[in-house]
Unconditional design. Structure first.
Length: 91
């Protein structure tokens, strides 16, 4: 049983090491700051001065960029607006 468990753990560690999105890491400074690795910034097209939201997730935090108003322009183009619910049809 111990050998099976050891093999499963070893296989999991091997698969984690192969994931490119986990290989980039950073350290929290004494001023509670984290520098995002260049490879991550380049892959996500993040820029200096961009605003981010920290979203709590299952024992961790998800980092999500907050879009500018200009980035949201036109995202609902072509949306169906008939039969839209409003407060009168709620319970």
């Amino acid at each position: 049983m111990k050998q099976v468990r050891a093999r499963v753990i070893h296989a999991l560690l091997r698969s984690i090491r192969r994931r490119p999105d986990i290989s980039d890491s950073a350290t929290l400074s004494s001023k509670y700051q984290i520098s995002i690795p260049k490879a991550v910034r380049a892959r996500q097209n993040w820029r200096a001065g961009q605003v981010f939201a920290f979203v709590p997730r299952d024992g961790g935090v998800m980092l999500a960029p907050v879009p500018d108003a200009a980035d949201l322009k036109g995202i609902a183009r072509g949306a169906i607006v008939e039969d839209v619910r409003d407060q009168t049809d709620r319970f």
